[in-house]
Design a protein around this ligand. Sequence first.
Ligand SMILES: NC(=O)c1ccc[n+]([C@@H]2O[C@H](COP(=O)([O-])OP(=O)(O)OC[C@H]3O[C@@H](n4cnc5c(N)ncnc54)[C@H](OP(=O)(O)O)[C@@H]3O)[C@@H](O)[C@H]2O)c1
Length: 285
Amino acid sequence: MMIGIIGAGAVGKSLGMYFNGVDQSVSGYYSKTMAHTIYAAEKINAIAYDSLKDLILNSDLIIIAVNDDAIEVVVRDLSNASESLSRKYILHTSGVHTSEVLAPLRSKGAKILSVHPLQSFADPDEAQKSIPSTYFSIEGDLDEKMMNWLNNHKIKYFKIDKENKVKYHLAAVAVSNYLVATLDFGTKQFESLGYTKEFALKALWPLVEGTINNVRQFGTVKAMTGPIVRGDLKTIDNHLSVLSGLERELYSKLGEYTVEIALEKGLDKEIAKGISTRLKEENHG
Ligand SMILES: NC(=O)c1ccc[n+]([C@@H]2O[C@H](COP(=O)([O-])OP(=O)(O)OC[C@H]3O[C@@H](n4cnc5c(N)ncnc54)[C@H](OP(=O)(O)O)[C@@H]3O)[C@@H](O)[C@H]2O)c1
């Protein structure tokens, strides 16, 4: 199947480079800004479309990789640009939207899907390399032809129900975006001591990697270490004494959540209650 990609952003470029690398099957790009369309298309020797009509004509599979809020606009534009979309597959890559946002295109004969990569696409050149190890969640008109295509392109996928997508997406945000936020919180403490951003990340990195590896090997409960699991209330008090504002609230809220994990790991209930009460005082005045 020839692929047309709408959206020359992080995901569009990464998928384009990956699929083109597999079997040179990307016909071209269409995006809002022509300079971005040309940049993405030139990178893989594909066509920079200036009209959706041409992209539709040359593509059996259309990937909509635009920001979530623009999907409806693109659906309207695709609908206006085509008489019939029969035998076309059209998918979007949003984590939170279901395939239903593409319903107007199904009424023109297209098979519609939402296909979301559980991956963070910060840099397309790097991200494309991680695609074969990435899991994609899929929902919509997943037929045998599409399953064969996914398998032939070494895409690992699992099915998800429409009604579960919001919670599913929230999980992805928690382990990706909030992990980044936590790393930022930690490295900022180092920076406030006069170390550079670069050194902070370098010095903390083995700890980050060790922790992630422990989670992978032993699961979250066994991997949890530190003052809360040990029941060291004085250490927690010391930490709170050098924090203020949002950082103090964040430390306390994450601490409250950590107490639940510590209980699962066997922390004494009375000690856990003492720590929880102290942390809750922080959050609720
Ligand atoms: N980034 C991630 O880590 C990630 C991971 C999984 C899923 N996703 C999903 O993938 C989708 C794309 O995300 P992204 O991070 O690649 O976004 P992005 O980097 O912001 O790129 C969005 C692209 O959409 C184009 N666009 C916007 N409105 C358009 C329109 N009306 N017609 C044509 N093109 C339009 C933009 O055009 P111009 O650049 O040409 O102006 C831009 O290139 C989103 O649904 C997102 O939720 C993202």
